[in-house]
Design a protein. Structure first.
Length: 439
């Protein structure tokens, strides 16, 4: 790493030292595991539903969809206040205790028998998970430079497809050898233990870790100071700054964009096992293995896309083409429904296209607000994503139970992915998104 001036902080060569930096070795495994457990405990509902829970509890298609989707209403409400607490007080405490709480709630799901109780617990699970992703994105902004954040965000969010990949196989196996209740309990306990460990593992700032070379810390401080100096001046009280962020037209456009993206994404994630089970005619164990395929390919696409985005500094161009292709692949997958291998191949394409832009996307959102209050932009965008996730999870499941069937469900998801691609083009590529010098 070499120190740079503000003039070069926005247009340097490719970062070559990210993977070898002490910061990446220290923080990224912790961030990855934390988000992986969060994704595990909110997404294993789909396996439980397909694995007998809906039949055991006599859930209609509408009730099943509402229970799954209630998570996202809780997820919506805590985003902004939780992230502001993490940004101004302590991300370490918020993430650690949230992880413990969601582990307890995840275990509780396996002990309930009433749809009403499940809705309440799923809602509470969303509340305690709500601020974790934007808080972690904000935290990575303190540990990594602009030219590293695409990869840092991708390694964080990589916990999503990687978790779903093994979740689909392991959860399917757990249900097949026991039942859905055992699955919920077995997959909730690790979060409780990990949350307690996070109190020691996560540090709010790199200088608090005590494990980083002083030379690396000094150069990181210089780079971040250069980024701050190059940013537009910030005026007003902290409250006024947050108010401007939450009213920013660019932030609001990206919030709408993430609503539609999340609609398509979570309709895909939550109902993919049921769609594959119906199309393949296989049991829950084989369905879990088939469901893992799109996520394995998506993980590779995320790493490649984030690398290219960090090299070029072009965040918007690393988002919208993928989403457009994902929407088209979803539509084509249904059209090929009579030929399951082809339909599955198109679902793989849809999955990798919907996942590939995540790292560059959140790096782009982080440039829409000044340093120090950018967490509010990420939180607002992620809040609307939660609403889109609620709509996608509930409406896709509900539509599948109507006369529209899978055709209507795939149509909803495809149109939303295409709308998300179009809205991305409505926000100009910020000049501040250019990468810093690479080390």
């Amino acid at each position: 790493m070499t120190a740079t001036s503000p003039a070069t902080a926005t247009a340097g060569p490719e970062h070559t030292g990210f993977w070898r930096s002490a910061r990446a070795r220290y923080l990224m495994p912790v961030a990855f595991v934390t988000y992986s457990l969060a994704y595990l405990d909110k997404s294993n509902y789909a396996i439980a539903s397909a694995g007998g829970m809906a039949d055991d509890l006599h859930l209609s298609a509408g009730a099943d969809s509402l229970i799954a989707a209630s998570f996202f209403l809780g997820y919506f409400f805590f985003q902004i206040p939780g992230t502001i607490y993490a940004e101004q007080r302590s991300a370490r405490r918020l993430v650690a205790w949230s992880t413990v709480a969601w582990g307890l709630l995840a275990v509780t799901q396996g002990l309930l028998s009433s749809p009403g109780q499940l809705i309440a617990v799923r809602f509470a699970l969303g509340v305690v998970e709500g601020a974790v992703l934007p808080s972690m994105v904000m935290l990575l902004g303190r540990w990594f430079t602009r030219g590293e954040r695409g990869r840092a965000n991708t390694l964080l969010i990589l916990g999503n497809p990687v978790t779903v990949m093994w979740l689909s196989a392991v959860s399917g196996w757990l249900v097949s050898v026991s039942d859905w209740r055992v699955m919920f309990v077995a997959e909730g306990v690790p979060s409780i233990l990990w949350g307690l460990a996070c109190l020691r593992l996560i540090k709010d700032r790199p200088e608090h870790s005590g494990r980083l070379p002083e030379s690396e810390l000094a150069l990181l401080r210089a780079d971040l100071a250069a980024e701050k100096a190059a940013a537009p001046p910030v005026t007003g009280t902290l409250r006024e700054q947050y108010g401007r962020v939450l009213r920013s037209p660019r932030v609001l456009i990206m919030a709408a964009q993430y609503f539609f993206w999340s609609f398509g994404m979570y309709g895909f994630v939550f109902w993919l096992p049921a769609i594959i089970k119906k199309g393949s005619g296989e049991g829950i164990g084989a369905t879990g293995l088939l469901t893992a395929i799109p996520y394995a390919v998506a993980a590779v696409a995320m790493l490649v896309n984030s690398r290219l985005s960090d090299r070029s500094g072009r965040r918007r161009a690393a988002v919208w083409p993928w989403l457009a292709c994902g929407g088209l692949a979803l539509a084509a997958s249904y059209a090929a429904g009579g030929h399951f291998p082809l339909a599955l191949a198109l679902l793989v394409v849809a999955g990798l296209c919907l996942y590939a832009p995540y790292g560059p996307y959140f790096a782009l959102v982080g440039t829409l607000a000044p340093p120090g209050v950018a967490g509010a932009a990420v939180a607002l965008v992620n809040s609307f994503g939660a609403l889109g996730s609620f709509a996608g999870t509930y409406l896709v499941g509900w539509v599948r139970g109507t006369a529209l069937g899978d055709a209507g469900a795939f149509g909803f998801m495809a149109v939303c992915a295409l709308l998300a691609a179009g809205l991305t083009l409505a926000v100009p590529e910020p000049t501040a998104a250019r990468p810093g010098p690479v080390r």
